[in-house]
Design a protein around this ligand. Sequence first.
Ligand SMILES: [Zn+2]
Length: 528
Amino acid sequence: MKRLVKVYDTTLRDGTQGEGVAFSMEDKVRIAQRLDALCIHYIEGGWPGSNPKDLRFFKRVQDAVFKTAKITAFGATRRPGVRAEEDTNLQALVEAGPPVVTIFGKSWDFHVTHALGTTLEENLAMIGESIRFLLKHFEEVIYDAEHFFDGFKRNREYALRTLLAAEAAGAHCLVLCDTNGGGLPHEITEIVREVKKVVKPATPLGIHVHNDTECAVANSLAAVAEGVNHVQGTINGYGERCGNANLVSIIPNLVLKMALQCIPEGNLRELREVSRFVSELANRKPWTAQPYVGDSAFAHKGGIHVSAVLKHPETYEHIDPELVGNHRRVLVSELAGQSNILWKAKEYGIDLDKDTPEARRILQTLKQLEDEGYQFEGAEASFELLMERALGNHRPYFELDGYRVTVDERKADGPIAEATVRIRVKGIPEHTAASGNGPVNALDHALRKALEDFYPNLKAMSLLDYKVRILDEFKGTAAKTRVLITSGDGDETWGTVGVSDNIIDASWQALVDSIEYKLRRDERHGRR
Ligand SMILES: [Zn+2]
């Protein structure tokens, strides 16, 4: 039997500490569902005591079904001098109500006396009492030993006593944290060995490291090599300062290089897509040279490499790129991975046999749109429509004759946007006008006004999130704008994309796709 290493994702909490990373609540729900499909073991949803948005997330996912992942909430041990039962932070965790909770406590004596301003003994009591209290309310209580490695280097005896306090209280896992991210692999190895001499052999240990020495992945693996069976990190390594440990590298390293059990091996094929999905929702450009999943990870340039790699891929590739959902690219002649598209098409229930004219047509359309700046990772709904259009199955629900948007600055009320839309629905011309707090909002209102008499189910749908990215790779000509819209109707959440030189036009495309997707799906499910 292979040893099982569980993965604990904290993209939605620690990951959002990264500069430029922000997720709306809908983004967080979509990411949690995507990670669950990947079979990640734990998904940390946020810190309910620290902000109301996180508490709303936990309420929102209470009814959602997660097939593998356990949702966890994050918080701190009780405050000094307060009973655990009366601590508002601990109460917020109980109110959030997920099956698992993770609390952090101080391991470094300096932090206890100088940051917390309490005694070393009180800190030990805070750890033990908080865990005992939480065990009454949760299936599992995970203990994060904050600053453990730094604390161990300064006051080894005290750092170990904090761990033993958590162990004695019954924590299900003791997670050793390199919070400042300054550790190196050989130090992690030595310290984990020392910890193992002190805790009970059956006590599960975990690792949570940051990337300040660019060793976060290596440090996590060093801990696993010493028998640690619980690894915390984030998708793409997003996180404070230089980031957290990157799970997109750790997971294939565990499965393919260390032959350990983690997520099902077949699911590794989703890694590239998950990585790009999260980067799209974070509104961050994918990292081209990202190991395993980046565009350049299996890109070959130059005559000798290319001919060798085509004959014997192992000459210049450490793994088969398909194993992680990536594909070989031979620069000069851009070969997009057709199998990738077929796989994606299958996922959407569109059957495409290998190398049919339809597959070629979809591939061609996709390549062309990607060249224009489209990205479909966060826009599954637009991709589905793209396939339908390429296959000739698409029947538009309305036709546009024209639209017009104006923005007026009025001294008293600030700017006001107005939109008029002229469309034809089932052959009938419709002409509507509406206002909104911005041009896109006004367009959305005017379009719905024109459509809702014909398609009343649109009333259930709303625009949940709107993201804009300027595509600077097109700077040479005119800067292009990519708009990503997230919509939902209570049953489902979906993403659509539009690209144009003009932000209104890009928004319009994404808006239209969003409505088309909703109408098409409802029609297929007989909900009209
Ligand atoms: Zn952290």
